[in-house]
Design a protein around this ligand. Structure first.
Ligand code: PMP
Length: 397
């Protein structure tokens, strides 16, 4: 049965982790992996999460199956995070949300559902994009193309080319957009640019699929959802995949959600019924723990305040590290202007380092980054930032 099975290519980022773990240099730094670590270099367990967990353990609840679409309070809280407390769409019962296995799981059930309702469509992702986007949609049976996005010359968005590509797609094409904190580049659209994208998507009858994996890591919970809200206000059928892996530091608990904006309450009921069939045949129903924790935090005013504060601390720390890196590179004598790093949002930065420089960082200094030059700014802290800055300065000479 398996004699002809070929070895699948290694995941480049996980491969990087293995090499990092095997490295014995005490000053090694892993800027490759996409997790937020705190000043101590550890993945934090948020205080709000700990409080919610304590309360949950004390209740000693039975672990029955959840409904297929997950915890109702969780789904409702997700909708409010995305669309705001006063959303008329929520009030009208037009938004469908299903708890999912992280952002990845949300993308997967969204892709499978789309394949049923829109089987001949192509899917367009940004160039570059999170490396799993293409594979996810291809494995759901879609042809995946890429629209121009990042402009290496300006460290910004090649917006005209992006608009041009969107204008060239057939009606029904699914456009995957990073709602905030673009992974891997850190480069986001401005609100005015988003508005133009919304108009093209509407005019060309494209299908927007917004991936929001870093809500609260850019500028704040509401401002990071601005793109989602612009699409919602345009009366479009929007798919949104949410992830709480980063914003709650609950990576392994697999907490995410898929939300879909429909035209009416009646449509919402029908869409949810079909989405549930997709979920049922994938994994039946989601796990209890992570969803219950997030629902408790979002639904308990004191914990919610605590979480927002902790989220703000993570956001501020990342910003401080961006500023710190730019400053240190300058004082290490680097003449290249790195100020674009300050304008980027979220955990990542397309640093502009080339693959030869990334190789030198790893080999000579034990600093691990992705070959594209993507670095995880959220892995910097005041103990490792000097080492990183001086190593980068060295390979730039
Ligand atoms: N979308 C993007 C853009 C991501 O960067 C990630 C993961 N970091 C995900 C989705 C998947 O999130 P999760 O880990 O919750 O599955």
């Amino acid at each position: 049965l398996f004699s002809a099975v070929e070895l699948a290519p290694r995941d480049p980022i996980l491969g990087l982790n293995e090499a990092f773990n095997a490295d014995t240099r005490p000053t090694k730094v892993n800027l490759g992996v996409g997790v937020y670590t705190n000043e101590e270099g550890k993945i934090p367990l948020l205080r709000a999460v700990r409080e919610a967990e304590k309360a949950r353990v004390d209740q000693a609840l039975p672990r029955g199956y959840l409904p297929i679409e997950g915890i109702a309070a969780y789904d409702a809280a997700v909708q409010k995070l995305l669309l705001g407390d006063a959303s008329p769409l929520i009030a009208a019962g037009r938004v469908v949300t299903a708890q999912a296995l992280g952002g990845t799981g949300a993308l997967k059930i969204g892709a499978d559902f789309l394949k049923r309702v829109n089987p001949n469509a192509k899917v367009a992702i940004s160039d570059p994009s999170w490396e799993n986007h293409r594979a996810l949609f291809e494995s759901a049976g879609f042809e995946v193309v890429a629209y121009p996005y990042y402009d290496a010359q300006t460290h910004g968005v090649n917006f005209d080319a992006m608009l041009g590509a969107l204008n060239s797609y057939a009606a029904g094409t699914v456009i995957v957009l990073h709602a905030c904190c673009h992974n891997p580049t850190g480069v986001d659209l401005s609100e005015a640019q988003w508005q133009q994208i919304v108009e093209v998507v509407k005019a060309r009858q494209l299908v927007p699929f917004l991936d929001i994996a870093y809500q609260g890591f850019g500028d704040g919970i509401d401002s990071d959802a601005a793109a989602v809200r612009l699409f919602a206000a345009a009366e479009l059928n929007v798919f949104v995949s949410s992830s709480f892996s980063k914003s709650f530091s609950l990576y392994g608990e697999r907490v995410g959600a898929l939300s879909i904006i429909t035209d009416s309450k009646d449509e919402a009921v029908r869409v949810l019924s079909q989405l549930k069939r997709v979920i049922r045949t994938n994994y039946s129903n989601p796990p209890t723990h992570g969803g219950a924790i997030v629902a408790t935090v979002l639904g308990t005013p004191a914990l919610r305040t605590m979480w927002e504060q902790e989220l703000g601390e993570m956001r501020d720390r990342i910003r401080a590290m961006r500023g710190g890196l730019v400053e240190r590179l300058k004082s290490a004598g680097v003449t290249r202007d790195f100020s674009f790093v300050n304008a980027q949002r979220g955990m990542f930065s397309y640093s502009g380092l080339n693959s030869a420089q990334v190789d030198r960082l790893r080999e000579e200094f034990g600093i691990y980054a992705v070959g594209t030059g993507r670095i995880c700014v959220a892995a910097l802290n005041t103990r490792n930032i000097d080492v990183v800055a001086s190593a980068v300065a060295h390979v730039l000479k």
